[in-house]
Design a protein around this ligand. Structure first.
Ligand SMILES: Nc1ncnc2c1ncn2[C@@H]1O[C@H](COP(=O)(O)OP(=O)(O)OP(=O)(O)O)[C@@H](O)[C@H]1O
Ligand SMILES: [Mg+2]
Length: 268
């Protein structure tokens, strides 16, 4: 707790207190500094009815790697990143996620994934392949990057878990050659995994994994920005001007649906 005295950490803890006191009024909170990773953040353990739940709180990517609270205030949060986190939660790949708003800034608060095992520590070879191929596929469909070894792995149900990522900064998310890229390329931004694991998985095996995964992720083809409707309303209520961010998220959704549909068709 001693090192938590800088302003950003104080803002994080105050934000968490406000959020959890409302959500679980009779809980007690314990704070730790987040270890690993590049962005600042805190780890919060919430004790409620003698049950502990751990959460990770961090900044949006766009706020910069320093992630100071004051730098966050200059921008509205990236709604694409917010949308992608919530989408991953809905398809069962991402943790349960909240976006607490506190004094002009919004943070990403994820519930700890039970038995999260980082991809390079997965011993079951078939499970490791599934995690690698599915996360490569999602990186192409959703334009998510920074899927490094600490960010992808498996969960308690022996399924893919992605706990951290960023959405690329582009304006066009359509992967024109998604089928070819998925089946025949290894353009995965996890160098070790890309070369050692992905490159050794042939296109038939990739397609087999994709077929099952795409069926599980079918909500991508019907999802709308309503999944972050409450968050948008809260931001507006606090006077945050969303501006282009709302159009950006709508065009992002159109693009990722095209990606999903192209690869889905090819997999049938
Ligand atoms: N919801 C979660 N469930 C389980 N573990 C988590 C969760 N969130 C974070 N972690 C763990 O904490 C580590 C650091 O968190 P995170 O990746 O979010 O930080 P970061 O600073 O953004 O990392 P990066 O340098 O990859 O951008 C992760 O690698 C992971 O091991
Ligand atoms: Mg990380």
């Amino acid at each position: 707790m001693t090192r938590l005295l800088d302003r950003t950490s104080v803002a994080f803890t105050e934000s968490a207190k406000k959020f959890f006191n409302k959500k679980f009024p009779n809980s007690t909170l314990n704070f730790k500094e987040k270890s690993g990773g590049t962005r600042s953040g805190i780890v919060v353990t919430v004790t409620c009815d003698r049950k502990d739940t751990t959460y990770f709180m961090k900044t949006f990517h766009q706020a910069g790697t320093s992630g100071s609270y004051s730098s966050m205030k200059r921008h509205p949060p990236d709604l694409r990143e917010m949308f992608a986190y919530r989408l991953l939660q809905i398809i069962g790949v991402g943790p349960v996620v909240f976006f607490p708003y506190y004094e002009g800034s919004t943070t990403i608060l994820t519930e700890k994934v039970k038995e999260f095992t980082e991809v390079d520590k997965i011993e079951d070879v078939a499970l490791q392949k599934k995690v690698v191929v599915e996360s490569y596929l999602l990186s192409l469909i959703l334009g998510i990057r920074d899927l490094n070894i600490g960010n992808i792995g498996s969960n308690q149900q022996k399924d893919l878990a992605i706990v951290d990522f960023c959405v690329t900064n582009g304006v066009n998310f359509v992967e024109r050659k998604i089928v070819n890229n998925f089946l025949n390329k290894n353009n995965f931004d996890v160098p070790d995994i890309s070369h050692d694991t992905l490159a050794n998985i042939g296109h038939e095996e990739r397609m087999k994994i994709a077929k099952d995964a795409l069926a599980k992720w079918s909500q991508i083809s019907t999802i709308t920005s309503d999944i972050i409707g409450d968050e948008k309303r809260e931001l507006r209520k606090h006077g945050i001007v969303l501006g282009n961010a709302t159009d950006d998220v709508e065009s992002y959704i159109e693009d990722i649906k095209l990606n999903y549909d192209s690869i889905f068709l090819a997999s049938r």
